[in-house]
Design a protein around this ligand. Structure first.
Ligand code: PLP
Length: 417
């Protein structure tokens, strides 16, 4: 049974029947899924969610399908790690890492949105799915469409990290590398979507796809013992995830699953592509699109679709924003690895670096609960850290060579005869 009433324009509130569209034909505002929360409140409970599957489908009443899910049974329900080692370094009391870099088929939070998008595309009767991607979405669409037996067309900028290219190609999609940046790839895809009857997960399926990100927030609240944290630092590319985390908390509040939400949201972006963070930090009315230049390629969207909504969420919640330089991103990746044993990709480096700056400048108090959103896996962006790590000790296969070439404190040096 579905609790979806249809689609609703975020600007003019005009309502539409459920269909694969994403902009209001009257005001060009973006469309969002509209739910019957009354109906949901009658069937949902903490106990029922806890008895559900260990995936994002434990929240299926709050996700936009009409029938049962058909794709993405291993997406979601990733660990919330109490990061005590990192907390000590940062001098804070209660710090958590929501870790989507592991326990996911393609090792990023995009496996959540794709689970919903492809289940929905199948409901709509599409046999072909497609996407414009900065890398992780490409990996996830390629993988889950392979499993679901769907034809797949995946468009990426031609300068992506090798692991993100291989991590798509192995699933045999029609991979198209476009000579241009993400914004150019996306513009091309909008044109293709208007000509071919394909389910572009982040274009005509976008209202449904984006709802998948809410599961990231539901899990944070459930894993904290049905509580929302005081501070959440989220990375932003298009700005969808940060909006949906906030929405998930407010929905749980509306349904009585958590107390009144008192969470401050912070947007994290790379200095080399920070249209949203810059707008928030300057309290500017207008977002200035940029040409991205950063090692955080998964976040390199110069003209983010949900930028203004992200600003409303951050400023409206009493939070804010920060930016991180390439060097700070690398340092943060290494800090997370050496304290918590978690290897994140550049997006996670951005988020932790921004969190660190927000703590250090006193914006985030040291004695309140903090969640840092880690959204992707470091093995996919090895180029970023490759030249910033120690080299291995290369030795011959002998004890003598080991003792000669490697320095360590308890070495037993025999006296020469
Ligand atoms: C896509 C992506 C994001 C940001 O997603 P938006 O919803 O577009 O803001 C964050 N982290 C990683 C690793 C991503 O791939």
């Amino acid at each position: 049974m579905s609790f979806v009433r249809g689609l609703k324009c975020r600007e003019c509130n005009r309502e539409y029947e459920t269909q694969p569209i994403y902009v209001c034909e009257y005001c060009f505002g973006s469309l969002e899924v509209d739910y019957d929360y009354e109906g949901i409140s009658k069937v949902i409970s903490k106990e029922k969610i806890q008895a559900g599957p260990p995936s994002l489908w434990r929240y299926k009443e709050l996700l936009p399908l009409d029938g049962e899910p058909t794709v993405g049974f291993t997406s979601g329900y990733t660990p919330l790690i109490k990061a005590d080692n990192l907390a000590k370094v940062l001098g804070v009391k209660e710090l958590y890492i929501k870790d989507d870099s592991a326990c996911h088929p393609t090792l990023s939070f995009k496996d959540r949105v794709v689970a919903v998008a492809l289940s929905k595309a199948k409901e709509f009767g599409f046999d072909t799915v497609a996407c414009a991607s900065t890398g992780n979405l490409a990996n996830s669409v390629s993988s889950q469409a392979a499993w679901a037996g769907l034809k797949r067309y995946v468009f990426i900028p031609s300068d992506l990290e090798l692991a993100k290219v291989i991590g798509s190609l192995v699933y045999e999609p029609n991979l198209v590398a476009v000579k241009g940046n993400y914004d150019e790839v996306n513009r091309l895809c909008a044109e293709i979507a208007s000509k071919y009857n394909w389910a572009f997960v982040n274009i005509n399926i976008r209202p449904f796809y984006a709802e998948g990100s809410k599961s990231f927030g539901y899990e944070i609240a459930e894993q904290l013992g049905w509580k929302t944290p005081k501070h959440v630092i989220s990375p932003a590319a298009g700005g969808s995830l940060i909006n949906k985390i906030w929405k998930s908390f407010k929905e749980f509040e509306k349904l009585g699953l958590v107390d009144a939400v008192d969470t401050k949201m912070y947007c994290a972006q790379a200095e080399g592509c920070s249209p949203i963070s810059t707008m928030i930090m300057n309290k500017a009315e207008v977002m200035k699109p940029v040409k991205p230049h950063t090692i955080a390629k998964s976040l390199a969207i110069g003209n983010p679709a949900d930028g203004y909504y992200a600003k409303d969420v951050c400023l409206g919640s009493g939070g804010g924003a920060q930016v991180a330089s390439d060097q700070e991103i690398v340092d943060a990746i290494k800090l997370l690895a050496s304290t918590e044993g978690v290897f994140t990709e550049t997006a996670g480096g951005v988020t932790l670096a921004c969190a660190k700056k927000l703590i250090e400048d006193g914006t985030i108090p040291k004695d309140e609960s903090i969640v840092v959103c880690i959204t992707g896996q470091g093995l996919k962006t090895q180029e970023a850290v490759q030249h910033h790590l120690a080299k291995p000790h290369v030795i011959d296969a002998s004890l003598a060579s080991f003792e000669e070439r490697v320095d360590f404190p308890d070495k037993k040096v025999e006296a020469k005869a």
